[in-house]
Design a protein around this ligand. Structure first.
Ligand SMILES: *Cc1c(COP(=O)(O)O)cnc(C)c1O
Length: 384
């Protein structure tokens, strides 16, 4: 059975060009880029090219790119650095809909005496700019607001929000893991001080991330040891994955128009195909400001896990908005913050597409899903 992969917000296929570029780094160019001899030293050139390619996509200087092990490490580092460099400031602003990499990190700092403001969202997952403005205070060490939400795909007004922080002299970080390669932005034109991305969400391998730190922003390393990354992140450079991520960023730039046109059209076709054929559905999130490949669809009165298991029978990979905790299906923190009606929250299913998906795959899903939902509803104990 062919796999139809509609779970690209969870992880993505490594692009063939990325694998190809990485191979020599395993077979012939496996030296340590920090070595004095030219066998190792030649690898530094490849690392530098990767850094330049990432910088080009982000619109920043190569020296502002710090390679990390993942998006989660980048997020942890951004918060850590902001707090360590401003020991007198004891307030953190974030949102209720962040990825756990931010939510769990700020929750930890909360146990260490920090005050945390978690901005709420409306029914479509949108932030309130007045609530944000009121939260920015002289005691605020950092505002960390995600660029795009992984579950419903909402894109937040980061240009505006970073500017509001800058006006008040407050550091601004954004988790752009879902936005990178899908939303065009230029850091040289924004007031963002720090930004996180992750390789495996844009067709590079798992286990490589980037933290952008704007030149002039005070920084304190999170991982200590050697002098790599200009002393900002110790540990021997992951040269193969850095090379891969660089190529992935080049590809993302090349395919950007395809993402906002063809991928968005496929997503719309899938969404319309399902919602027009199945009664009592909701599309979660802000459909006006959303990632091109993401749709999050809720089906009244059924459970998301059941939908996923049935989709799996057809080789279709998707994700649910529920996390199975201790046997009871709790709606995710994002849907909870959005106050998605109870009868819908439990069945929320995320389909996230990428440039490798085809219309054929979408049409197969549109054909299979409506009868599948009908079967589940016939079985469901909830009938109203
Ligand atoms: C996947 C994801 C992360 C974590 O990235 P890893 O590289 O898997 O650690 C952080 N934030 C968002 C929004 C994500 O989607």
């Amino acid at each position: 059975m062919k796999t139809i992969y509609f779970d690209n917000n969870a992880t993505t296929m490594v692009a063939p060009e990325v694998t190809e570029a990485m191979m020599p780094m395993f077979t012939t160019h496996w030296g340590n880029p920090g070595s004095m001899h030219s066998f190792g030293g030649q690898v530094a050139k490849y690392v530098q090219t990767g850094r330049e390619q990432v910088a080009e996509m982000l619109g920043c200087k190569p020296s502002e790119v710090i390679f990390t092990s993942c998006g989660t490490e980048s997020d942890n580092t951004a918060i850590w650095s902001a707090l360590q460099t401003q020991p007198d400031k004891k307030h953190i602003i974030t949102t209720a809909v962040e990825h756990p990499a931010i939510l769990q990190t700020v929750a930890f700092w909360e146990t260490r005496g920090y005050r945390v403001t978690r901005l709420g969202v409306d029914g479509k997952g949108r932030l309130d700019m007045d609530e944000y403005a009121d939260a920015l205070t002289p005691d605020t060490a950092i505002a960390s607001i995600m660029f795009a939400n992984n579950e419903v795909g909402n894109i937040y007004p980061i240009a505006k929000m970073s500017e509001m922080a800058r006006e008040r002299g407050i550091l601004f970080h954004t988790d752009a893991v879902q936005a990178a390669g899908k939303v065009q932005f230029d850091l040289s034109k924004m007031c963002v001080d720090m930004l996180s991305i992750s390789g495996h969400k844009l067709h590079a391998p798992k286990g490589i991330g980037v933290l952008y730190v704007r030149k002039g922003v005070r920084f304190r390393p999170f991982v200590r040891g050697g002098h790599q990354e200009g002393g900002r992140r110790a540990g021997t450079e992951n040269a193969p994955y850095i090379v891969g991520l660089g190529v992935a960023c080049e590809l993302a730039r090349k395919h950007f128009n395809d993402e906002v046109t063809r991928v968005a059209a496929l997503r719309d076709r899938l969404e319309k195909g399902i919602t027009s054929a199945v009664p009592d559905t909701l599309v979660n999130g802000d459909t006006e400001h959303r990632l091109p490949g993401t749709t999050n669809i809720a089906f009244r009165n059924i459970e998301g896990e059941a939908v996923l298991l049935m989709l799996n029978e057809f080789g279709i990979c998707a994700s649910s908005g529920s996390a199975c905790t201790s046997g009871s299906l709790e709606p995710s923190h994002v849907l909870h913050a959005m106050d998605v009606p109870f009868k819908y929250a439990h069945s929320s299913t995320r389909f996230s597409l990428c440039r490798y998906n085809t219309q054929e795959e979408v049409d197969f899903a549109i054909e299979k899903i409506p009868p599948l939902i009908k079967t589940l509803r016939d079985l469901s104990p909830f009938k109203d």
